[in-house]
Design a protein around this ligand. Structure first.
Ligand SMILES: Cc1cc2nc3c(=O)[nH]c(=O)nc-3n(C[C@H](O)[C@H](O)[C@H](O)COP(=O)(O)O)c2cc1C
Length: 386
């Protein structure tokens, strides 16, 4: 609306409970449901720089889904509803490719994160992910290049793992903080640790105090072994972190972000998820994978119902296998997510900017090229509606 003052929203990494980046499991329907159930920010799955570069951006006029495709294959998808709280994660070992990848999606996301923690060979063999931890010059060059190339309203962050020696971790963090990142996520495991080993959460207090002493107001986000919103309090008290990020708990039950009890997987969560996924035309294989991870709180319907659901799922060839997966219900669920996001945006816009506000986010129409910041900004409502 021309003549209307720009609406500028802070993207706030403080006091949050975040959905972690998860390849396969952190796709669009999961991120939207995480927002519906109370996640403050949602990270997309790691997308390697070369994969997104050169993609065609296709908008589905019916659903509003934005699909980045190459050779008719979907590489990544998003929806305007999640944009105000969406962080895009890059896998990269090249400053120039990382910048090109970030610029490809910059019009559809609110933050960009560099994956410096993936220990999988497909990532580390190319010098990406956790291998960046032992190549701090390159890691920092990528972050500096991203910060320089992206517009000020898009914060740059990094997600790291612990190094075997705490002093080395502190030194690495000192360097990362110097690149101008707006937040830092620490997965409290080393590259060598298996995901079944308990996270070394107790090591985080020293890190949080160290970052505080650097005096730049950068929030540290804890990651590792947090089970729920209630559990996040335990971790905050133990470590002094302001925010906590959940992966496995969310993969199992997206309602872990809510302050209420966990939702029953087979009777509530899965039908909700599958209806939304069907409406959004999420590839069946991915929806099948995500819903096969769901678990129910103990003792609700007993294990047999969940087993029955998983059996149907494993034999299912498409959404038709589930009468409860109803696209028109999915459309309503999307509207609920949009309402949640709108309400939250209004709350954010009413909150005065504080020292805790690390950067500001201008709510632009989807796909707005970032090079034209003078373009009139739309009202919150239109920014999140389709
Ligand atoms: C299925 C799955 C996929 C993951 N993919 C990514 C990823 O794309 N990028 C990333 O930084 N970490 C990834 N991770 C790691 C998680 O973000 C998180 O750091 C780790 O699981 C520890 O958190 P948790 O204890 O809450 O599970 C993934 C984890 C899981 C379970």
């Amino acid at each position: 609306m021309s003549g209307t003052p720009p609406i500028v929203h802070p993207i706030n990494y403080h006091n949050g409970i975040m959905l972690a980046p998860m390849v396969r499991s952190g796709t669009l329907p999961s991120r939207l449901l995480a927002l519906k159930y109370g996640a403050d920010l949602v990270w997309g799955p790691e997308i390697v720089d070369r994969a997104i570069i050169g993609c065609e951006r296709i908008v589905d006029e019916e659903t509003g889904v934005i699909s980045y495709e190459k050779s008719s294959r979907q590489i990544w998808s998003t929806h305007p509803a999640e944009r105000p709280f969406l962080i895009y994660q890059i896998g990269s070992s090249s400053p120039s490719l990382a910048v090109e990848a970030a610029l490809t999606v910059a019009g559809d996301v609110s933050g960009v994160d560099l994956n410096c923690g993936c220990p999988k060979p497909f990532s580390t063999h190319a010098g990406m992910g956790a291998n960046l931890l032992t190549n701090p010059d390159l890691l920092c060059e990528i972050l500096t290049s991203l910060r320089r190339a992206l517009p000020a309203h898009i914060p740059v962050t990094a997600k790291i793992r612990l190094l075997p020696d705490q002093n080395d971790t502190l030194e690495l963090i000192r360097r990362i903080v110097g690149t101008g990142v707006s937040a830092l996520t620490v997965h409290c495991r080393t590259k060598e640790m298996r995901k079944t080993e308990p996270a070394l959460v107790h090591q985080l207090r020293e890190i949080v105090e160290f970052v505080e002493r650097l005096g730049v107001g950068i929030p540290v986000i804890e990651n590792g072994d947090c089970l729920s919103r209630q559990d996040a309090k335990r971790i905050r008290d133990m470590t002094g972190v302001c925010s906590v990020m959940l992966a496995t708990a969310a993969e199992k039950n997206l309602s872990c972000f809510s302050s209420g009890p966990l939702l029953d997987a087979e009777s509530v969560l899965a039908p909700t998820y599958l209806s939304l996924a069907r409406y959004l035309k999420n590839p069946w294989g991915n929806s099948k994978h995500c819903s096969s991870q769901f678990t129910s709180p103990q003792g609700k319907n007993g294990k047999s119902k969940l087993k029955e659901f998983k059996q149907t799922l494993s034999q299912g060839k498409g959404y038709d296998a589930f009468p409860d997966a109803d696209a028109s219900r999915g459309e309503k669920i999307l509207k609920e997510v949009e309402d949640v996001v709108k309400r939250r945006l209004v709350l954010v816009s009413e909150r005065p900017a504080t020292r805790n506000t690390t950067t500001t986010l201008q709510i632009l129409p989807p796909g707005t090229p970032f090079m034209v910041p003078s373009e009139p900004l739309k009202e919150v409502q239109s920014a999140v509606s389709m």
